[in-house]
Design a protein around this ligand. Structure first.
Ligand SMILES: [Zn+2]
Length: 389
């Protein structure tokens, strides 16, 4: 179990929502007094959540993007430990916490743009008119829940369907369509994440993907992407090239990651060469014998990720279904590209699995949104846990 020493928390903090595996509504976590007796506000609860995420993902490098209300630091006297307040201020200054007037609204905006899961205890009932996609969501919101031993588990919340908001949902879908037709004055979120943006202020680099580690996703104000700092509408800088991450998982633990960019190809195997993931030092001798030097090729083309078996002994794959279930293992046809989606598992040898992180390419996000928009709303009477199987 990794320690929760001072340094280890920072290790998990991402400076960009797009690069994080999870979004965390920090104010909600810090104030959740059901998570340990640490007073009204405590950063120790974030440490507990990070442990829970490492446990859930079995990834010691799992990363989070923190969003907090300005009132979290505004009420600094409620922190029992003032060293935590200084530490939190440092994170804000370093761009590791996005501090906003309304964290709920920002978290939901980011969750929708990135499709990343959110750690929060909030059910966002009052936001469902603006965010009807929350309706019936069973996978994207994880509630930190204390276990009897003081540790924390993350439990996926069934957000349920609120009947009053169902009408609003249809309203928004039609409004979105209209926005798409209205042109540049209103930009649908699908467009926002597929483009790069630039603030007209000459020295502002908050959205510049070529500079710095911190890239904000635009704040949407009345349908217009605007600069968080200057409040000015952002200028469209052209299409955004996506990246995704491959994860090598051995005996259930993530042991290596590789970032794959649009238009590139990587090999995974025992000793695949310079581009990709080399597994030789991570495998026992008997398993290593079953893994080819170059076992699979993964490529990113036109916003989708493809996998190709190039091994001697073959590769199996199983597809991610709804609600975290998997389809059956199937052998990959040799030398043939197949779609490789977030959640799918590719098995090179027993216990040697390749996955993608939850991060999706912009084109995949747009596809997911189209599917979501086409989905027939479910009446509350049918809101049983097995619906839409
Ligand atoms: Zn700016």
């Amino acid at each position: 179990m990794p320690s929760d020493s001072e340094a280890s928390v920072e290790h998990h903090l991402a400076a960009s929502a797009e690069r994080a595996d999870y979004l965390v509504e920090l104010s909600n976590v810090v104030r959740d007094t059901s998570l340990g007796r640490h007073g009204p506000r405590s950063l120790r609860r974030l440490g507990l959540v990070l442990r829970a995420l490492m446990e859930l993902t079995r990834d010691p490098d799992v990363s989070v993007y923190l969003v907090a209300d300005t009132s979290l630091l505004g009420g600094h006297r409620e922190f029992g430990n003032q060293a935590e307040v200084r530490r939190l201020r440092g994170w804000v200054a370093d761009g590791l916490v996005e501090e906003v007037d309304d964290a709920d609204e920002r978290v939901l905006e980011l969750a929708r743009m990135t499709a990343s899961p959110v750690v929060t205890g909030d059910r966002y009932v009052d936001h469902r008119v603006e965010h009807p996609w929350i309706q019936g969501n069973t996978w994207q919101f994880l509630k930190p829940t204390a276990r009897p031993d003081g540790s924390v588990a993350l439990v996926a919340m069934d957000m349920g369907v609120r009947s009053a908001a169902e009408i609003s949902r249809r309203m928004e879908l039609s409004a979105l369509k209209k926005q798409g037709l209205l042109g540049p004055s209103r930009t649908p979120l699908t467009e926002v994440i597929m483009r790069t943006w630039r603030c007209p202020e000459p020295r502002c680099t908050l959205y510049d993907i070529r500079k710095g580690d911190r890239i904000l996703l635009p704040r949407m104000r009345r349908g217009v992407p605007t600069c968080e700092l200057h409040g000015t509408p952002l200028e469209d800088e052209g299409p955004r090239l996506g990246t995704t991450q491959l994860k090598a998982v051995i005996d259930g633990a993530c042991v290596a990651r590789y970032t794959l960019g649009e238009g590139s190809e990587a090999h995974v195997g025992r000793l695949p060469g310079q581009v990709g993931i080399a597994l030789h030092s991570l495998l026992s001798p008997q398993i290593a014998r079953q893994v080819s030097r170059m076992h699979v090729a993964v490529s990113a083309r036109s916003g989708t990720v493809l996998i190709r078996d190039i091994s001697t002994y073959g590769t199996r794959m199983r597809r991610a279904g709804r609600h975290g279930a998997f389809g059956p293992w199937e052998k990959l046809p040799p030398q043939t590209d197949r779609p490789f989606r977030p959640g799918d598992e590719v098995e090179l040898a027993p216990g040697v699995v390749l996955t993608r992180s939850g991060r999706r390419f912009p084109a995949e996000l747009a596809d997911a949104w189209r599917t979501e928009a086409a989905r027939v709303p479910v009446p509350p009477s049918a809101a049983a846990p097995t619906r839409r199987a």
